[in-house]
Design a protein around this ligand. Structure first.
Ligand code: ZN
Length: 285
């Protein structure tokens, strides 16, 4: 069985081909944000045609870096990528690629990818958080993605943490994303967030806020494991060690929740593996 997996983000897009459960080809390219949806559909169909000589995918899964109305298979409103609102991306790619396509929000597919092939293979419930230019989350309970009534479950980035905090792109103030995501940190400091996070003094101020956001998710969901992916998760064990001890400090001893926080095992490919699993679900349904 061959399936195609696509990951569409604001800064880059990736394409991978899976044969019998193994990734056999993967490429990533910069996204032309100004080109919008028309550029992206043209681009993906060109790439798929280039790959077609050696590949005959039977289905395609798509992770989109913004809100997705899963039931309607349309892109929802996105603060980061203008021009995509209400676009039936899966149908447009189905026309262009001539295979069945299904899409979901990239954080949901990150969760599905880590659950099926990464850091969540041995658990039944998992919260995946992407800590990158923005913050997103995907939740799996008993192996099923929880999308919510409006496909907006997991918008963890917009949980307000500080009433008088910095403004957020959503129109709110003091959101988790406005305090802890890469784009906000870089706008505030003029420095690379990944670089700053190497510095213990910076982490001493940052990690308590990161833990405050995750504490809400832990208390609400009590997941078996939290998996963190995205560019800033690559800072590595120094960040994870600080985060685990801070969560232990912040959570009340009277509520002995497990604190199992792990880095994503699939690195930049969590979403591609999730898109692969989504494509396989088309073929098995
Ligand atoms: Zn916000």
């Amino acid at each position: 069985m061959e399936v195609l997996a696509v990951d569409i983000g604001g800064t880059k897009h990736s394409l991978a081909l899976f044969r019998d459960g193994r990734m056999i080809r993967r490429e990533a390219y910069p996204t032309d944000l100004a080109g919008g949806r028309a550029w992206m559909v043209r681009r993906l169909s060109t790439l798929a045609r280039e790959w077609a000589g050696a590949a005959h995918p039977q289905a395609c899964g798509i992770g989109f870096g913004g809100p997705v109305d899963y039931a309607a298979q349309r892109v929802g409103r996105s603060m980061h990528v203008g021009g995509w609102q209400d676009f039936p991306l899966a149908a447009a790619l189905e026309d262009a690629l001539r295979v069945s396509c299904r899409m979901d929000n990239d954080a949901n597919l990150g969760a599905l990818g880590e659950y099926s092939a990464g850091a969540g293979r041995d658990v039944r419930s998992l919260l995946y958080m992407t800590l990158s230019t923005g913050i997103g989350a995907g939740l799996l309970l008993d192996g099923k993605i929880v999308r919510g009534a409006d496909s907006l479950a997991g918008e963890l980035g917009h949980i307000p943490l500080e009433a008088e905090g910095p403004p957020c792109e959503c129109g709110g103030r003091g959101c988790f994303e406005a305090l802890c995501a890469g784009r906000a940190i870089e706008a505030r400091t003029g420095r690379s967030a990944a670089h700053l996070l190497q510095d213990p003094a910076f982490r001493a101020g940052y990690v308590p806020v990161l833990a405050r956001g995750l504490r809400i998710a832990l208390l609400l969901l009590n997941p078996e494991r939290i998996v963190i992916g995205g560019g800033l998760s690559k800072v590595g064990h120094v960040l994870f060690d600080d985060l685990r001890s801070e969560l232990r400090r912040q959570l009340p001893p009277s509520l002995p929740l497990r604190i199992d926080v792990q880095p994503a095992a699939l690195g930049d490919d969590s979403v591609l593996w999730g898109a692969k699993t989504l494509a396989e679900q088309i073929l098995s349904s």
